[in-house]
Design a binder for this molecule. Structure first.
Ligand code: NAP
Length: 481
């Protein structure tokens, strides 16, 4: 036992790539398990927190409370933890070059793009993956000038269709329908340009469409409820019979899963109440799969309609117990804006294995990335979070996931697969890799951006006003006060 403890107390150097929930929970677990390890965290953006800053909805500030834990990791481990923002690993520095400086590295780079539907019309003007809308309202650099999410376009949208029945679809739906004064009343960090644009929307009908039935919807109960509580929005079932005509397998799901039971009770309660001030209706459609996105009659470059096939459920077919199969019956609905929210897509990191069309996580065995033949990296690279297991689960799911990855690293250390013996000669990672340290944003420099944003937010009755221009962020980080 003492020998094992001795192994873990060696001065390991750990590199964590990505500073979202998976990155910070991994850093926390490494610092705990390896009492003398140092952790260097690299992040593409000049600011940390990944999905918490750029994914979590701007009216879900309670979820963002996890930032407190992340700040503690960075600040309580000052001498053992370093943040290096504004470094795009794979582009600014080769993966093999960076990771060769460290005893082990963990990639926690999440999922940043959308799973495509692969149907005709997906490139029409007015058709976007949910991640684009989310990045736009969350102030991701480069999205302020999005060609569609502008007052001139959004003010013309009466009919919105959202495809997919997960929580991201609900976030998009809620942000579109919510009266703008409620964002400020509830405390928010939504960007000023998004608020301005959203105040011009004229959305009357949002269809939120699933290819399977009410017992397969991925929604959380609280998230559906949050839309139902909006004073100006009425939720209704497109066909109440969908709640009644369940297959035997769906009835069994309803009986055994608490979330599904509560969700279906909620569905059944909708459509019964009248709201005096109803600006928009959220219409929940089940058993419809999009087959084509059709152009508008006036402008062939712009979306005008979506064609759906009516589906029914059939037992079997991975990964589901019941999959949707077409019935050959079709219907077309009008659409001014189509948001596809069919789940996120993991992107490959240059220098690590390419993620194939059919996979949605990096190839790994017990969190160790399977590098494949010919890859110049040392065999000491791991993954955690969505990058390891695919884009499912809530922020806190990453705690167990980080522990899983770090247990795997501990086991490799104990089995003699990782040691600190053969260190590169250079004094530090900057000398070793040639990364220009003048471009790197450190933790203390990030705190300057943080302070600036919070002060700007206060002036606008918000928790923060995010800086959305990369150069401006770096400029604020580097100026001397
Ligand atoms: P998700 O929960 O996996 O939902 C994806 C939806 O897209 C499902 O309804 C799925 O239907 C549908 N879909 C997939 N492929 C499709 C296709 N080809 N045609 C039609 N529909 C298709 O993904 P998500 O909403 O992106 O969320 C990602 C994760 O983040 C989830 O774990 C979610 O809970 C979490 N999240 C949580 C919160 C929160 O707690 N507030 C907020 C945002 C996100 P099938 O089931 O039939 O595949």
């Amino acid at each position: 036992m003492a020998a094992v403890a001795g192994l873990l107390s060696k001065p390991f150097r750990c590199c964590v790539v990505g500073s979202g929930p998976a990155g910070f929970y991994t850093a926390k677990a490494v610092l705990k398990q390896f009492p003398n390890a140092t952790v260097d965290m690299f992040e593409k953006m000049p600011v940390p927190f990944g999905l918490v800053r750029y994914g979590v909805a701007p009216d879900h500030l309670k979820v963002k409370n996890v930032e407190k834990t992340f700040r503690q990791v960075a600040e309580s481990g000052q001498d053992r933890f370093s943040f290096f923002g504004n470094v795009d690993v794979g582009k600014d520095v080769a993966v093999h070059e960076l990771t060769s400086w460290y005893d082990f590295s963990v990639f926690c780079v999440g999922a940043s793009t959308d799973r495509r539907l692969g149907i005709p019309g997906e490139s029409l003007f007015g058709v976007y993956g949910a991640s684009e809308f989310v990045k736009w309202y969350n102030g991701y650099p480069g999205y302020e000038s999005h060609p569609f999410f502008q007052p001139s376009e959004l003010s013309k949208c009466e009919n919105v269709v959202v495809i997919g029945q997960g929580n991201v679809a609900l976030d998009c739906c809620r942000v579109l329908a919510k009266p703008v004064d409620l964002f400020q009343k509830d405390a928010t960090d939504i960007t000023a340009y998004s608020l301005r644009t959203l105040s011009e929307t004229n959305v009357k009908n949002i269809k939120i469409v699933g290819r399977r039935g009410p017992t397969q919807a991925q929604f959380s109960v609280g998230e559906v409820r949050a839309i139902g509580k909006l004073p100006n929005v009425r939720i209704q079932m497109n066909d109440e019979n969908d709640l009644l005509n369940l297959s035997e397998a769906s009835k069994a799901e309803l009986d055994t899963e608490r979330r599904i039971k509560r969700l279906n009770k909620l569905f059944a309660s909708y459509g019964k109440e009248e709201k005096a001030e109803c600006d928009a209706v959220v219409d929940i459609h089940f058993y419809k799969s999009p087959v084509a996105i059709l152009p508008s009659d006036e402008d062939p470059a712009r979306v005008g309609h979506v064609k759906f096939e009516k589906m029914q459920l059939e037992l079997g077919g991975e990964p589901f117990q019941q999959r949707a199969v077409g019935t050959g019956e079709y219907a077309t609905v009008p659409c001014d804006l189509l948001i596809t929210s069919a789940g996120y897509r993991i992107s490959s990191v240059e220098g690590l294995p390419v993620i194939g069309e059919r996979e949605n996580h990096v190839p790994n065995k017990n969190a160790k990335i399977m590098l494949g033949e010919g890859n110049p990296c040392r065999d000491n690279i791991y993954a955690s979070g969505w990058f390891r297991r695919g884009p499912t689960g809530v922020v806190l799911t990453n705690i167990e996931d980080a522990n899983f990855t770090v247990r795997s690293i501990v086991s490799d250390v104990e089995n003699g697969k990782i040691d600190v013996e053969s260190r590169p000669a250079a004094n530090d990672v900057f000398e070793h890799t040639g990364i220009d340290r003048n471009h790197v944003v450190t933790w203390d420099e990030f705190l300057k951006i943080d302070k600036y944003e919070m002060e700007l937010g206060k002036a606008n009755r918000k928790v923060r006003e995010k800086i959305t221009d990369l150069n401006e962020m770096v400029h604020i980080a580097k100026r001397t006060e």
